[in-house]
Design a protein around this ligand. Structure first.
Ligand code: UD1
Length: 346
């Protein structure tokens, strides 16, 4: 059973490919390598013993996308990860984000219709909820969608609308949108993990790079939020828990167990942790004292959000199993292995 994984050399994509192959799916990756490395394929092969097929091109190019589907007529489902994801960059270069993130999706939907590919799993984000009102925390899939804070966030909202409207218009298409909370951590083997290019934007890679001495000091953005310790709260989820949910979503579609032709699920643990709690967990599991300072809030950041995963737990039969200490420890093991040259990545 062949599954197309777009963005399959990236952070979430590569971990998902490992899990798909473990479950016996045959994977073909399409990735333009804009923000990921080809060595992911070596790492996937090392972990799973199988090298996935790989084609390098930009799915925002409709001719290349059509040509790909014309050559592969046995694709049973698509997991569409390929997208730009840096919030700050999207504010500076909005058109780049709309072009890339939406053109690729529309090209895929066109091809699905033309070549009768029925099943799509889409990478969405909890960013669609913005800062939920107090009565919507923890945030469930029924919470209102808030005006997006960034062009990146807006691409996720618009993409969900494009998918929903396409499904209404074209019979036979099915989609599952997975709204991720904050994916962190790495594969148990420490052969795969998050590999940000340049200075990391996200908290966990900034922590591990600071601990390893690559960055001097972690800036904690704001300690005046209305939270118990004043720092912002997020629902961090282990990358392997997230990867497993994708396999379950694919099996649900192929097994024709969907309740509607477009389903949306939160992927979070249901527990929120503050920035300082993440730092404490990291210091405990690594034994490294982290150099950090409190600075002002980062613009565009929300105060607190964590998932109500009840619907995903019940419907998908999936539950995030790994705790915060496992997340910080696996991220740290990966950082060390990568820096010591023990991985496939240079
Ligand atoms: C951000 C995006 C989210 C996107 C995700 C993936 C926003 C509001 N959300 O999530 O839509 O899907 O990235 O890239 O931009 N922090 C620090 N110091 C740092 C880095 C982060 O204190 O050096 C804090 C942040 O202020 C935040 C928490 O750590 O409170 C998590 O930040 P981050 O990892 O960047 O994720 P989000 O901002 O939640």
């Amino acid at each position: 059973m062949r599954i197309l994984v777009t963005g399959g050399t990236g952070y979430i994509g590569s971990h998902t490919v490992v899990e798909l192959q473990k479950k016996g799916f045959e994977v073909i990756i399409v990735d333009a390598l804009f923000n990921s490395r080809k060595e992911s394929l070596d790492a996937i092969e090392k972990i799973s013993g199988i090298r996935p097929q790989f084609e390098c091109f930009d799915l925002a190019d409709s001719t290349l996308t059509d040509d790909f589907f014309a050559r592969h007529n046995d694709i049973k489902g698509i997991i569409h990860f390929a997208a730009h994801k840096a919030v700050g960059e999207s504010v500076e270069q909005p058109i780049k984000y709309y072009r890339n993130n939406l053109d690729s999706l529309m090209n895929i939907l066109d091809a699905m219709r033309k070549y009768s590919v029925q099943n799509l799993v889409f990478s969405s984000s909890c960013t669609v909820y913005g800062q939920p009102d107090a009565e919507h925390l923890p945030v469930s899939e029924r919470a209102p969608i808030k005006k997006a804070e960034s062009p990146y966030g807006n691409t996720k909202q618009i993409a969900e609308e494009i998918i929903s409207e396409s499904i209404s218009a074209y019979k036979g298409l099915n989609a599952i949108a997975l709204r991720y909370f904050n994916p962190v951590g790495a594969h148990d083997s420490a052969m795969l993990g998050e590999l940000p290019l340049g200075v990391p934007n996200n908290l966990m890679p900034f922590i591990t790079q600071t601990a390893y001495g690559i960055r001097k000091c972690l800036k904690v953005f704001g300690d005046d939020y209305p939270t118990p310790d004043g720092t912002a709260i997020r629902d961090y989820i282990h990358i392997m828990d997230l990867a497993k949910a994708h396999v379950i979503a694919v099996e649900r579609m192929i097994g024709e167990r969907m309740k509607n032709s477009f389903e949306i699920f939160n992927l979070g643990t249901g527990t929120g942790y503050s920035v300082l709690e993440v730092i404490k967990s990291f210091e405990k599991v690594s034994g490294v004292k982290l150099n950090y300072e409190i600075v002002g809030r980062r613009s565009g950041d929300i105060e607190k959000v964590w998932a109500d995963p009840t619907y995903s737990n019940n419907e998908l039969g999936w539950k995030a199993e790994r705790c915060l200490d496992e997340m910080t420890l696996s991220a740290w093991k990966w950082e060390q292995a990568y820096r010591k040259g023990e991985t496939c990545f240079e």
